[in-house]
Structure formats: structure tokens, C-alpha cells
Design a binder for this molecule. Structure first.
Ligand code: NAD
Ligand code: ZN
Length: 241
């Protein structure tokens, strides 16, 4: 039995699949019918800003049609009830974790409900459409773009994420294919510092070999059961798994 005080949870598109949001690596590696390189790179944004902005406008609009599922709600419960350290790091750009009530949360790949100024770097909440050429409220440049971390760009708050993983006793990865770095490498850091590692995914991910334990199934079923067991165990024997 290993004592568990600090937990890091990494989530990916799979945790939002049961809410009705498509994942990235469906058949053919498409996201809602688009090739990843056509909507997720700085080059794509420069070459066809109308297409890229419209793609994220559609994703932003789709948020209004979906709700958090049992897995988001279970993680929000864990956040509220876990007495030790906890950080939920999501690769998702939807807002379903926070709508479920999660507070200790980092969006490492940006957010649909945020706009970023390509000129001054200002970031702010955004709702509705964001056409190319929209003026930045901070510097007036016509440079607002979706606040999404594209391939080749630096994810947000990596120092905090790295520190949390280096300090964790349990690292758990939910609904991510393990194909996108640096997130795909988090498990190796967790192993290096001696943390327990657990993966929950619909199929074994590319990184499955690095996890001590892999549970195969739908996040909406697996995550609430895991959270229930973890919280029960802290009541019977404080802070151990
Ligand atoms: P991915 O699409 O590459 O992989 C999703 C993984 O989830 C797959 O391994 C799949 O087997 C698994 N999965 C599917 N349904 C599941 C379920 N019900 N329960 C558990 N697992 C399930 O996603 P990724 O690894 O997060 O990488 C994609 C990148 O694309 C992310 O970085 C993100 O920025 C972006 N993206 C975000 C969203 C979103 O915000 N909802 C959606 C699509 C893509
Ligand atoms: Zn600006």
C-alpha cells in the first residue's frame, strides 16, 4: 500500500466523448472532418485564417449543446472532497470540467471560450464568433485569434504542471491517446519520481506500456467508480489508497 497525498489527473478528448464532443484521433485522424494540420498549426492559421477561425467558432458554438458527463462530475467531486494536493490538467479546450465544478484545473492547450492577441499576447474571455481581424481590447491591433495552443506552440503553465507531477504520489491519465507531447511524456516523469500510475481509456493508448495499471472502458463508468473507491479509502485509512 502506497500513501497517496498528491494527485495529478491528466484528461484528454476521450473524457468529453460521452458528452457528445468528437475526439481528435477518430478514424483517419480527423477532428470533425478536418485534417489536424489544417486547423491546428500556426501555418494553417496564416494560410487560411477564415477556415481556422470558423472551425473554432463551430467548436465554441457546440459547447452550448453539450453538458458535463459523469466523469467530469466525478473529478469535480474529487476536487471538492480530496484533502490532499490535486491538480487536473486537461488537454481539452472545452469548458466541461469547470461547468461540472472543478476548481484545481489547468487548460494546458488553451480554451475555446478565450481569445488571444497574436500581437501583444493579451488573453481574455470570449463568447460567440471570433472572425479574423477582430480588434484586441488591450492594444487595438486587429490580431485576435482563438486561444488554442497549436502544434509547435508552447503549452500553458508547464512549470506549474511539471512541479505538480514531480510532487505527486499518483498520476492518472483519462481519455487521451498519448500521441501529443509534452502531455504524453507526463507519465514518464511521474514514474521517475516514484508515483503510482493509472490509465483509463477506451483502448490501450500509445503510452500504455508506461502505466502500472490500465483500465479499459468508458470514462463515464470508470472514473466515478475510481473516485468513489479512492474517497472511501481515505475515510477508512486516511490518505492511503
Ligand atoms: P485524442 O482524440 O487523440 O484521443 C482520445 C482518446 O480517448 C482515444 O485514445 C480514445 O480511445 C479515448 N476515448 C474515446 N472515447 C472514450 C471514452 N468514452 N472514455 C474513455 N476514453 C475514450 O485526444 P487527446 O489525446 O486529448 O489529443 C487531442 C488534442 O486535440 C487535445 O490536445 C485537445 O487540445 C484537442 N481536442 C480537444 C477536444 C475537446 O476539448 N473536447 C476534442 C478534440 C480534440
Ligand atoms: Zn493585443
Amino acid at each position: 500500500m502506497r500513501d497517496i497525498h498528491n494527485i495529478v489527473v491528466l484528461t484528454g478528448a476521450g473524457i468529453s466523448a460521452e458528452s457528445g464532443l468528437a475526439t481528435f484521433r477518430g478514424p483517419g485522424g480527423l477532428w470533425e472532418g478536418h485534417r489536424v494540420e489544417d486547423v491546428c498549426t500556426p501555418e494553417a492559421l496564416a494560410a487560411d485564417p477564415e477556415l481556422v477561425h470558423r472551425f473554432y467558432d463551430d467548436r465554441r458554438a457546440a459547447l452550448a449543446t453539450v453538458e458535463p458527463n459523469a466523469a467530469h462530475r466525478a473529478l469535480a467531486r474529487l476536487d471538492a472532497e480530496w484533502p490532499g494536493g490535486l491538480l487536473i490538467v486537461t488537454q481539452n479546450v472545452d469548458d466541461l470540467h469547470e461547468r461540472a465544478g472543478a476548481k484545481r484545473l489547468i487548460h494546458m492547450h488553451g480554451e475555446l471560450l478565450s481569445a488571444l492577441c497574436a500581437d501583444c499576447g493579451d488573453r481574455g474571455e470570449w463568447e460567440g464568433r471570433l472572425p479574423p481581424g477582430t480588434a484586441c481590447g488591450a492594444c487595438d491591433a486587429l490580431s485576435l485569434r482563438p486561444d488554442i495552443v497549436f502544434f509547435g506552440e508552447m503549452p500553458y503553465r508547464m512549470d506549474e504542471i511539471d512541479a505538480a507531477i514531480r510532487n505527486c504520489d499518483l498520476f492518472i491519465s483519462i481519455g487521451t491517446s498519448g500521441a501529443v507531447y509534452p502531455a504524453a511524456g507526463f507519465v514518464q516523469t511521474a514514474r521517475y519520481v516514484g508515483a503510482a500510475t493509472l490509465e483509463m481509456n477506451l483502448d490501450p493508448s500509445l503510452g500504455s506500456v508506461y502505466f502500472e495499471e490500465t483500465r479499459i472502458g468508458a470514462a463515464g463508468t470508470l472514473v466515478p467508480a475510481w473516485v468513489e473507491t479512492l474517497l472511501q479509502s481515505t475515510q477508512s485509512s486516511p490518505m492511503s489508497r
